[in-house]
Design a protein around this ligand. Structure first.
Ligand SMILES: Nc1ncnc2c1ncn2[C@@H]1O[C@H](COP(=O)(O)OP(=O)(O)O)[C@@H](O)[C@H]1O
Ligand SMILES: [Mg+2]
Length: 244
């Protein structure tokens, strides 16, 4: 089944194009990466697909539902771990999780149970009583992803999940993301090449709001006639990048 289909999906801010007529299809169960330099349009795309901002033109169909005509249904099926994490700094890890479970309609007992389940599957038990603001960047990201999964979404958007993390924290988060693979469709944005290469089934490369190419790292290397993925990326995403 198709998880996401975008149809000429476009966003303009005051006449400036942030995302230009995006057409692509993502299958259910895929881990799909949007790779692009800063300003490429990755966050804007995620905001449109998760109904946080309306497209200027075009549409996207999420598991059969239009983001334009049925955003309420779309919001039930998806969740987002945003680029700026959405955790409440003065609540503990456990309180953050219970709070989110409550927002999604669980009663007090169910919320406690959901928080407990996620604490165990995300290995958060050593930090449950700590205030979120005291956590390292890596733990905050892990909590943010755990919070996004409380509502049991079918599609999870991760916007630059490892931005600013050190190498060790980044690797730990990669293993968290790898464990989610095949349980939930994951759309990940990043500007780290090795992150997309290591995690994604398919990669789309965006530059200045345009979709330049889609494929596995090897497909992108062979399409661009390059030797390494980094060279393929530069051919597509750099100044005057080609579109294939
Ligand atoms: N709220 C906004 N108002 C005006 N311009 C915006 C807004 N959000 C993003 N943009 C512009 O849209 C383009 C794409 O931004 P963004 O989607 O954040 O890129 P990325 O996430 O790939 O770094 C950039 O040129 C950015 O300045
Ligand atoms: Mg962004």
């Amino acid at each position: 089944m198709i998880a996401i289909q975008t149809i000429n999906l476009t966003k303009k801010y005051k006449g400036k194009i942030a995302v230009n007529s995006l057409n692509l299809t993502i299958e259910q169960g895929e881990l799909f990466a949007w790779l692009g330099l800063n300003g490429a349009g990755k966050t804007t795309t995620i905001k449109m697909l998760s109904c946080l901002t309306k497209p200027t033109n075009g549409d996207a169909i999420i598991l059969g539902n239009s983001i334009i005509s049925n955003p309420i249904k779309v919001k039930e099926l998806i969740n987002v771990s945003p680029q700026e994490t959405a955790i409440a700094p003065n609540l503990t890890v456990r309180e953050n999780l219970e709070f989110i479970a409550g927002i999604y309609g669980s009663d007090k007992r169910q919320s406690k149970q959901k928080a407990e389940d996620i604490i165990s599957s995300f290995e958060l038990s050593s930090i449950t009583e700590e205030k979120a603001k005291t956590l390292s960047g890596g733990w905050q990201r892990r909590l943010s992803i755990a919070m996004a999964l409380i509502s049991e979404p079918q599609i999870l958007f991760l916007d630059e999940p490892t931005l600013g993390l050190d190498v060790v924290a980044r690797r730990e988060l990669w293993s968290v993301i790898k464990r989610l693979k095949n349980k939930v469709t994951i759309i990940l944005t990043t500007h780290y090449l090795e992150e997309a290469e290591s995690l994604a089934d398919r990669i789309s490369i965006m530059a200045k709001g345009e979709l330049k190419s889609i494929g596995t790292p090897n497909e992108l290397i062979s399409k661009t006639n390059t030797a390494r993925f980094e060279d393929a990326f530069i051919a597509l995403a750099g100044e005057g990048g080609i579109r294939i």
